[in-house]
Ligand binder design. Structure first.
Ligand SMILES: C[S@@+](CC[C@H](N)C(=O)[O-])C[C@H]1O[C@@H](n2cnc3c(N)ncnc32)[C@H](O)[C@@H]1O
Length: 244
């Protein structure tokens, strides 16, 4: 059974904490990219959360549906303008089915990594493919594992340090695991949150896509079409279901 790491406490501060990370321009670029891949059809977001991307995508005229484990996150989406019109199935996106076929299924912001075993990630690709109509796309945005920043034997990579926050990724290079530790000082109190992930190279994701009957169509370094290259810290990948 998947663990819900996005409980009421995390959901309450989620929008404010991600607003520090994502500019409105990035969100708009993301929505435009996804709208173009939806091509006028319906979209399904795996791990839709509070609708950070789903609502801007809907504002571009795309019918968006979602799957998410966290009732607390989805309650925030449904409380927003237009949010009540976004149907969401509560469940694990590696297994949960929703009605109908979609021209776009998407999974952003490293959320594929919330599935902490290879089997679950493989199942997620299969579930995404199951929801796609022929010619439809599965789009994933995920980090490139930062192993180039680790000396042999080291485990910690910091990616955000300030007077009132520290963010560290703790790598397990044998088990392909990663725990993200977040420390925040709020009202003089130290809040700690640690979430386990599984990292995967782009090539491993390509293999999962092939197992699900999908073909790689695009790999970019970002939502504005940046090239994917040796310096890319993440990628946006698009796999398509053949037209048959
Ligand atoms: C980092 S948030 C991203 C939310 C939204 N996609 C965004 O970009 O702001 C991850 C979301 O995925 C959901 N989630 C994580 N693992 C899940 C799983 N196995 N099945 C369904 N939802 C999951 C969490 O509840 C949370 O809402």
């Amino acid at each position: 059974v998947a663990i819900d790491y996005f409980d009421e406490r995390i959901a309450a501060s989620y929008d404010a904490s991600v607003a520090e990370e994502f500019t409105p321009e990035t969100i708009q670029a993301t929505a435009r990219f996804l709208a173009a891949r939806a091509g006028g059809g319906r979209a399904l977001e795996l791990g839709i959360g509070t609708g950070r991307i789903a609502l801007p995508l809907r504002a571009l005229g795309v019918e968006v549906h979602g799957i998410d484990l966290s009732e607390a996150m989805v309650a925030r989406l449904h409380a927003k303008d237009g949010g009540a019109d976004v149907p969401v199935a509560i469940g694990d996106f590696s297994a949960t089915r929703v009605e109908g076929a979609f021209s776009l299924v998407y999974l952003v912001f490293n959320t594929i990594m919330n599935l902490t075993t290879q089997d679950l990630q493989v199942a997620c690709f299969a579930n995404a493919a199951r929801h796609l109509e022929p010619g439809g796309c599965f789009v994933v945005e995920v980090m490139v594992p930062a192993l180039q920043r680790l000396h042999p034997g080291e485990t910690l990579v910091s990616y955000g340090i300030g007077p009132d926050h520290v963010d560290l990724d703790e790598y397990d290079v044998v088990g392909q695991g990663l725990v993200s530790h977040h420390y925040r000082v709020v009202d003089g109190q130290l809040l700690r949150n640690s979430v386990p992930f599984r990292y995967a190279w782009p090539a491993e994701l390509d293999l999962m896509a092939r197992l699900a009957g999908l073909e790689l169509r695009e790999r970019l370094g970002g939502w504005s079409g940046e090239p994917f290259d040796a310096a890319s810290e993440g990628h946006v990948s698009v796999w398509a279901r053949p037209r048959g």
